[in-house]
Design a protein around this ligand. Structure first.
Ligand SMILES: O=C1O[C@H]([C@@H](O)CO)C(O)=C1O
Length: 591
């Protein structure tokens, strides 16, 4: 059976790239070129659309009639301006620029209740920020579970014109990975917030650039109880094919914006050379497959040096949770072969979902490339964050940090702290640690968490260590993987370990030599992860589990530093709740 596919979506560039290149010729023949940075304008309308991302029609949140949203491509130093118009008739919206540090523009971080007021239906908000680091990033909704509804796209930052990456490649392919449910996100949210909780379960499909198949597979011949897909190629759910020429080197940028799933990515017969993680260069290493958690991005290089008369499977399987979702499959299509020519061998097998040693082995190999910034040798502050699943008021299920489950206030913190109003959120900071005798191998003894919205406040420039401590969930002998994402900063991952972190034992084993810089890091079941960052970016920043239902259930904290140094906040980012009231009562107040 022939499987046909749609054309690869093109990257929409808003304006033709106009570069001012100054070539300077030196006597000894070196050419230097320098490009002026530019401003890239986008006008985006967010709306619901009928789409069939996995062959079943559903409501999908899209931008300018596209799902996933348009790819932003810019160069280091460019200013990105996105005028976002909310065309959802009954929902507010915001967009977060994941991995972009927002130095000097904390109000553009796109976190509802934290950096800005959510944008009402019919209204617009203009995000403006500088992209100052090359790398593979993405953007997504950051209100309720709008990311899971499909509000996401890629954001790729190239080096300044004329500068070269520290590795060679001929062409690149971008893959944005997600997971998809047939149940509406509204129903998912209400289920999670109900007593008793209705868990969302595992996704129906894995999407590659917004395309997947739930009720059939293009690799059915190798699977039990799966129908072979009969696709003409023009369907919205026809796979995104990776078209390559033989004997070239490709950079594959892989981004995971999954709501829940940890994924494993492999290409039949091809080794992957990992070179970038979360917008930071890493010590290159070869692997047959990579694990990728929600919120992470990687670049891998592949050589198309295999038999050019064949095509090869690209396979994505679920790890870390029981795999109840068919693997996401597509093809590495060696041109000029037809893409309908299926590979002769089976798709790469996803490693066992709970082989955590294998997962750790991969994750521990991510180390900073030579020449990367090194962490300060000592921290000036250390906070412990215990991750537990709890009950609340007897029936609700929550996730809590040091026994506090985050419920965001209606007034965004940034404006409230900046203008000094103190009745919109809890002024007491949340606990910096948990009881020393807490047994992480047992379900929480006091299953009853409290909710809160206090803020961890740091001195500007403070060097902060965070010890993320995993623990048993409400179910006996059970602990889950959580990918934690920090806004406004990259952090160094100093180490991972089993059981409870012990300063006396584990401190000396931390890696200060070549820890990777990242913006997202996992904690493994019953384990700990230590990260270090410099609180040098004035603003208020979310730090949270990137699993969408877990954040919805309270799994996050809020950090603030140097808010008095934040520049003038656009009034529109504060035109709600307590800050709106304060500005109306005292219009001379400077936001
Ligand atoms: O938060 C979660 O809830 C369920 C389960 O623990 C209870 O049904 C699950 O798998 C989660 O990740």
């Amino acid at each position: 059976m022939a499987t046909k596919v749609a054309n690869q979506p093109l990257f929409p560039m808003p304006f033709p790239a106009i570069f001012f290149i100054f070539s300077i010729f030196f006597g000894f023949g070196i050419t230097l070129s320098q490009a002026a940075s530019q401003t890239r304008h986008f006008k985006w309308e967010v709306e619901y659309m009928f789409r069939s991302p996995d062959c079943k029609e559903n409501l999908v949140m899209g931008i300018n009639h596209q799902f996933p949203g348009p790819t932003i491509r810019a160069n280091v130093g460019d200013t990105v301006v996105v005028e976002l118009i909310n065309k959802l008739s009954t929902e507010d919206v915001v967009i977060h620029w994941h991995g972009i540090l927002q130095k000097g523009t904390p109000w553009a971080d796109g976190t509802a209740s934290i950096s800005q007021c959510a944008i009402n239906p019919g209204e617009s908000f203009t995000y403006q920020f500088v992209v100052d680091k090359p790398g593979t990033y993405f953007y997504h909704g950051h209100l309720g579970m709008q990311r899971a509804a499909g509000l996401y796209g890629s954001l790729i930052v190239d080096l300044e014109e004329g500068k070269k990456e520290p590795f060679h490649y001929d062409e690149e392919i971008n893959l944005l990975l997600s997971d998809w449910w047939h149940e509406s996100v509204l129903k998912q949210e209400v289920g999670l917030s109900s007593s008793p909780m209705r868990w969302i379960g595992e996704p129906q499909s894995i999407l590659i650039n917004g395309r997947g198949q739930s009720n059939c597979s293009i690799g059915a011949k190798y699977m039990k109880n799966m129908e072979q897909c009969k696709l003409s190629g023009s369907e919205e759910c026809a796979p995104f094919i990776l078209k390559v020429k033989p004997n070239k080197t490709y950079r594959i940028r892989i981004i995971s914006t999954t709501s829940l799933s940890a994924l494993n990515f492999a290409i039949g017969n091809h080794k992957l050379l990992v070179v970038e993680a979360d917008g930071n260069y890493v010590q290159p290493f070869l692997t047959s497959d990579i694990d990728i958690y929600s919120g992470e991005s990687y670049s891998v290089l592949i050589n198309t040096d295999q038999n050019p008369s064949q095509n090869y499977w690209v396979s994505l399987g679920v790890r870390g949770r029981e795999p109840k979702t068919p693997p996401g499959l597509t093809l590495l299509n060696y041109l000029p072969n037809s893409f309908s020519k299926l590979p002769i061998s089976p798709p790469p097998e996803t490693p066992k979902w709970n082989d955590y040693d294998r997962s750790k082995n991969f994750t521990y190999r991510i180390l900073a490339a030579m020449g990367s910034p090194k962490p300060p040798v000592k921290s000036t502050r250390r906070i412990f964050l215990l991750n537990t699943q709890n009950k609340m008021n007897g029936g609700y299920t929550k996730w809590a940090i040091n026994n506090v489950s985050l419920t965001l206030p209606s007034t965004p913190y940034l404006g409230a702290i900046k203008i000094g109003i103190n009745d919109t959120f809890d002024q007491n900071p949340p606990p910096e640690t948990y009881p020393e005798n807490y047994d992480i191998h047992k379900p929480p003894p006091n299953g009853n968490t409290i909710t809160g919205n206090g803020v961890y406040r740091f001195q500007l420039g403070e060097i902060v260590d965070v010890v993320l401590q995993n623990a048993n969930t409400l179910n006996d002998k059970h602990s889950e993987i959580h990918p934690w994402h920090l806004h406004g900063h990259d952090f160094w991952v100093l180490g991972y370990g089993e059981g409870k972190f012990s300063a006396a034992v584990d401190e000396t084993k931390l890696n200060l030599k070549d820890p990777p810089l990242r913006n997202t890091v996992v904690i493994f079941p019953f384990g700990w992860t230590v990260l270090r960052f410099v609180a040098d970016n004035p603003g208020v920043w979310a730090f949270h589990c990137h699993i969408e239902p877990h954040l919805h259930m309270g799994m996050g904290v809020v950090f603030a530093e140097g808010v008095d140094k934040v520049g003038r906040i656009p009034t529109h980012a504060m035109a709600c709740g307590g800050t709106a009231k304060a500005l109306i009562q005292n219009p001379t107040q400077k936001p």
